[in-house]
Design a protein around this ligand. Structure first.
Ligand code: PGA
Length: 246
């Protein structure tokens, strides 16, 4: 059986004080019967690493450059993330795709750069409301994942995939467990065609996961945990979601 993973995506939230309280609330609730990670803003990686170093909790970043180093003002490379002990980096979040124009191929290149340095990319895919209503959900997520599968080639099995319907992110409109499972099954089938390890891979659901809907989502056959935004900012909610994954 696949072990569940719950990842908090703090987005552009936090402060020294708020982070310390949040991390204290999470570490104080250990042990967890699932893997737990937080993906924090770059400036807080150092303090997060110090706070979590002696725990089995993991941490990561929310984006990375596809380049190793160079004249890329404002960007952060994977080797830098690796120096701060990042286990994960989120790539291709819909907010990056929408607000920063990230293409499927750029997302794939970022995932490749992460794996090259031993950092696990959490590759986000998902359709907009217009795409869902036009019946394009399957085609969109398959196109997004296909770019990554081709670029990672034999390493594809090492990524984590997160299905995040754009219409469910931060909106309170969660996909029904059946809707989410249907897309996860499509993604798993696509991965099976690409790698013999597809059944061991971790597929997360993200989009308005809350303590009261997490358990039914995580009970679906192909949903192996969650990528949590808003509810990851409140320790009691995040811990409750982790409990739902145990
Ligand atoms: P949400 O965000 O839980 O606030 O909907 C999820 C995400 O964007 O990763």
């Amino acid at each position: 059986m696949r072990r569940k993973l719950v990842v908090g995506n703090w987005k552009m939230h936090g402060s020294h004080k708020a982070n310390a309280e949040l991390l204290a609330g999470i570490t104080g609730a250990r042990p967890f019967g699932c893997d737990v990670a937080v993906c924090v803003p770059f400036p807080y990686l150092s303090e997060t690493a110090v706070t979590l170093a002696s725990t089995d909790l993991r941490w990561g970043a929310q984006d990375c450059s596809a380049h190793e180093q160079g004249a890329y003002t404002g960007e952060v490379s994977v080797p830098m993330l690796a120096e701060f002990g990042c286990r994960y980096v989120i790539v291709g979040h819909s907010e990056r795709r929408a607000y920063h124009g990230e293409s499927d191929q750029l997302v794939a290149d970022k995932a490749k750069a992460a794996l090259a340095r031993g950092v696990t990319p959490i590759v986000c895919v998902g359709e907009t409301l217009a795409e869902r209503e036009a019946g394009q959900t399957e085609a969109v997520v398959k196109r997004q994942l296909s770019a990554v599968i081709h670029t990672l080639a034999h390493c594809a099995s090492e990524m984590v995939v997160a299905y995040e319907p754009v219409w469910a992110i931060g909106t309170g409109k969660v996909a029904t467990p059946e809707q989410a499972q249907a897309v996860h099954a499509v993604l798993r089938a696509q991965l099976r065609a690409a790698t013999p390890q597809a059944d061991q891979m971790t597929l997360l659901y993200g989009g308005s996961v809350k303590p009261d809907n997490a358990a039914t989502l995580f009970a679906q056959a192909d949903i192996d945990g969650g990528l949590i935004g808003g509810a990851a900012l409140k320790a009691s909610d995040f811990v409750a979601i982790c409990r739902a994954a145990e």
